[in-house]
Design a binder for this molecule. Sequence first.
Ligand code: ATP
Length: 434
Amino acid sequence: MPADFDTIVNLATKRGFVFQSSEIYGGLRSAYDYGPLGVELLRNVKEQWWRSMVQLREDVVGVDTAVIQSPLVWVASGHVASFSDPLVECKVCHNRFRLDKLEDPNRCPECGSSDSFTEPRAFELMFKTHMGPVASEENIVYLRPETAQGIFINFENVRRTARKKLPFGIAQIGKSFRNEITPGQFVFRTREFEQMEMEYFCRPEDADEWFQYWLEARRDWYLDLGMSEDNLRLRPHATDELSHYSSGTYDVEYLFPWGWDELEGIANRTDFDLKAHAEMSGQDLRYFDAERNERFYPYVIEPAAGATRTTFAFLIDAYHTETVRGETRAVLRLDARLAPIKVAVLPLSKKEELISVSRELADSLRPHWMIEHDITQSIGRRYRRQDEIGTPYCVTVDFDTLDDRQVTVRERDSMAQDRIPIDRLISYLADRLP
Ligand code: ATP
């Protein structure tokens, strides 16, 4: 059963994963701030993506390009012309909807009225601002709506300096901005969000094979990080869903509490972008294959994932409740690589002699992992808190510790406890944690 949406949103705000942005001013719709636990989870998701896409691969390098680029980038890419979704407004309740997202194009999902929609209109989805102190038509710039274009415009810089031969990829993680018409479902769709994108350049005749390769590799990434197979699927786009640049797209979809929805799009972008930038900039962006003595535009396979959206999905997927000795326990079964806190150190009571040992112990673990030293409340409540935020191990210092220099290590999922000498604790945890 998919986790209940409100439960997850509650957990996220109550425990400090995600806050409504500008909350003290009444909140800014569709903007969110990541709290102490959320920032760790988000960083871990991005770190795992970078590790699998860049660090472990000989054929992929990373970049970090500017959010603001020449406005010509967005003309060349087609975004200025077509980065707009047809929009309809209900004449009864005045809500606006994306036409392509309506279940019934003749019925308002908000107020239920039939045949109440206006004609669909194009709607500018890019954020516009001005570069420099004077706001005029000439200095309009856009906040990027995808990270991909920063990669395409640096194709030649990267190829030359990283000395890469086809096939090779360029990866980037960063913020993107879209003036979404219907933001919502918490951090699922926001106007400012983070993406994890990789452009994989290859010979045109190899593109289909690489497309298949990346479909599988990307699906495996989610599964390897513990996402349940039942909640994950690959869905091919119908021809009328394809973006202006794509000759084929699959979505990696997750079974959210409201149904299947996109986590990542994997597209064959063909040579659309490089060609468009070559034309607009007048630069030759073709690849030269010295062995075959040929110059051509590579094709591009793009796995484009959302960092913030994927983080939300991992949170939902990890959430479980179970009955333990007649009580309900909520536990986030996050993979240890994603868990915000890896080890909690808990003195059994607030007695000074216990706290001084537990503090010293926590300090000795800090260089290795994210640690929480928690001395508040009863031990039962502290275990419950750590379960609920997904901490894989709790280390408890009790009165026996003062004599035998041993601590109790409790594992989150099985709740099994081990008694371990303090001087063996780091190696014990190192065998079990990333
Ligand atoms: P959707 O159909 O959900 O609007 P999209 O197909 O427009 O998404 P892409 O352009 O393929 O999205 O972007 C790649 C990924 O970036 C998406 O799979 C998603 O994870 C993420 N993403 C896109 N728009 C948003 C958004 N407004 N908020 C959060 N994440 C987003």
